[in-house]
Design a protein around this ligand. Structure first.
Ligand code: G6Q
Length: 547
């Protein structure tokens, strides 16, 4: 049994070290060391990660890397890349990295190289996406399919939604993408109202092909299509992305129209697989493969670079530093790019479903904090909503800023204003404005003594609030691949440090099970399950309203 992380030597060192660092001001460290930014900045191709605005010094980083070593991070990375069954609760390897293994180096699972099958699916995706884009794969009435509707939820939705939006500028001119995920009939109705069955391709994305939301939405869409074009139309308008051929056939989709992936690809790590078909159709397979190449470059960097220069390792260890030593249990991610607006939602699943766990790999309850709550939204919009809390709230919220140097829409001085804002935010969070500085500024502006005395605290900023700034050249498929793979590996590292399996998600099961027992009651059948009085009276109140 491994020693829990909070009993390691490095953890104890960090606890001690925290006592000296908690009062240290970043602005002083910047004043004292003119090289600080250079020292704590890394670059991988066109991606730059400046982590100098963190409450760290060389000793902090040394202790954090020691912690990573004590947790055998290097061995664990190797185990993942070599296809070991590191998802121990489900007895599976974790091989999203194989999906973008662009050098095609064999990766063995139970003695079998997985690459030929992965390449075959990529080839099938290329053939199909090109046929749809060229209009050689036509709908039942001979029309080109220009409405692409992905029906999926969770990992079978968030990646495609995030990536298609991020790459909207690369969409084929005549193609539109839609996403139906929620079981709320509104999700289906609103999409179906906008599209024409003759020109619509439904992509049913479900690893298990048993997810109630996806199957219910898919059945509704199927009926809508059949009502308009007849049963024969299904094979021209429906494809499936799944690991479960039996269920796909049962649903009535020809296995010819099924794009396979495998158990070793977790839902929230699956946009690189067949689950990315909507992305491939929207932006073209060449661009999809560029996204894989970007991710591969990050995989190479992550698996081959020493911890001291390793971007995902550093971001992960900084997260551990704040989460477990400063007790900051929130983390904000703010992309300053409209096309990246769904990145925070995507990362919410990636981080919180992967590492929001309370049982360790040693089968014991964990006695320290695991993943923080992740939230965010596109800047500058969120500056006008929750940034108040980032600047003056009582809890420090470590923040990642993501920004492209070049916009796809360089209109007037929009992008310079956006850039000025992101840079100002990280500087303001770091520097703050002391009460004394505030008072001096107000006095210089001619405010009365009484006003200054009354307002100086309200208007001051504690500062010393950490952030990372991630600069991309432009939001293109390659950069997006790098960015998302960077966060995937960050999550992996944190899972190793916290001693948890980042690749299962049993936490989402209980609610699903209970919904199945409540459903018959709403439909006026007995379920045989007794509820607490709150749930029971909510059921009866809702039933009364629905009569
Ligand atoms: C992701 C999770 C979860 C999953 C959905 C959809 O890692 O496993 O979000 O992706 O529940 O599952 P299916 O793809 O099987 O429909």
């Amino acid at each position: 049994m491994r020693e829990t992380v909070n009993k390691t030597k490095a953890w104890k060192k960090l606890e001690e070290h925290y006592k000296t660092m908690k009062k240290t001001q970043m602005r002083d460290m910047f004043d004292e060391d003119k090289n600080r930014a250079q020292k704590y900045t890394l670059q991988l191709e066109n991606m730059l990660v400046d982590y100098s605005k963190n409450r760290i010094n060389d000793r902090t980083m040394k202790f954090l890397f020691n912690l990573a070593r004590e947790c055998q991070l290097e061995e664990k990375i190797k185990a993942m890349f070599e296809g070991e069954k590191i998802n121990v609760t489900e007895n599976r390897p974790v091989l999203h990295i194989a999906l973008r293994n662009r050098e095609n180096k064999p990766i063995y699972v139970d003695g079998k190289d997985v690459m030929p099958e992965i390449n075959a699916v990529l080839a099938k995706m290329r053939k199909f996406s090109e046929a749809v884009r060229l209009g050689t794969f036509k709908g039942q009435t001979g029309k080109k399919l220009t409405n692409i509707v992905n029906i999926g939820i969770g990992g079978s939705d968030l990646g495609p939604v995030m990536a298609t939006e991020a790459l909207r500028k690369y969409w084929a001119k005549d193609i539109n993408c839609y996403f139906i995920s929620n079981i709320d009939g509104t999700a289906c109705a609103e999409v179906l109202n906008k599209i024409n069955p003759e020109t619509t391709l439904f992509i049913v994305a479900s690893k298990t092909f048993t997810t109630i939301e996806t199957l219910t939405n898919a059945k509704t869409c199927r009926k809508w299509l059949v009502d308009a074009l007849g049963e024969h139309a299904v094979s021209k308008h429906f494809v499936a992305l799944s690991t479960n051929q039996k269920e796909v056939e049962k649903f009535g989709i020809d296995p010819e129209n099924m794009f396979e992936f495998w158990d070793f690809v977790g839902g929230r790590y699956s946009m690189w697989s067949a689950i990315g078909l909507s992305i491939a159709i929207a932006v073209g397979m060449d661009n999809f493969e560029k996204m894989l190449e970007g991710a591969y470059a990050m995989d190479q960097h992550f698996s081959q670079t020493d911890f001291e220069h390793n971007i995902p390792v550093i971001l992960a260890m900084l997260g551990v530093w704040y989460n477990n030593f400063f007790n900051c249990h929130r983390h904000a991610v703010i992309p300053y790019d409209q096309y990246l607006q769904y990145v925070p939602a995507y990362l919410q699943q990636l981080e919180m479903e992967s590492n929001g766990k309370d049982v360790g790999l040693d089968n014991e309850y964990i006695k320290y904090a695991t993943t923080p709550i992740l939230f965010g939204g596109a800047g500058t919009n969120v500056q006008h909503s929750f940034f108040q809390l980032l600047h003056q709230g009582t809890e420090m919220v470590p923040t990642d800023f993501i920004v492209p140097a070049i916009s796809h829409n360089e209109i007037g001085d929009h992008h310079e204003i956006l850039l000025a804002n992101v840079l100002a935010q990280s500087e303001a969070l770091m520097r703050g404005k002391t009460v004394r500085e505030t008072a001096a500024e107000m006095t210089a502006a001619g405010k009365s003594k009484e006003t200054v005395a009354f307002l100086k605290k309200f208007k001051s900023f504690e500062g010393n609030r950490p952030s990372n700034t991630i600069v991309l050249k432009k939001v293109d498929p390659y950069a997006l691949g790098m960015l998302i793979a960077m966060y995937e590996h960050k999550v992996f590292v944190q899972g190793v440090i916290w001693g948890i399996n980042s690749f299962d998600q049993f936490g989402v099961e209980l609610g699903k099970q209970m919904a199945l027992s409540i459903l018959p009651e709403l439909e006026n059948n007995a379920s045989g399950v007794s509820h607490d009085s709150s749930t029971a009276s909510l059921i009866s109140y809702i039933k009364k309203l629905r009569k």
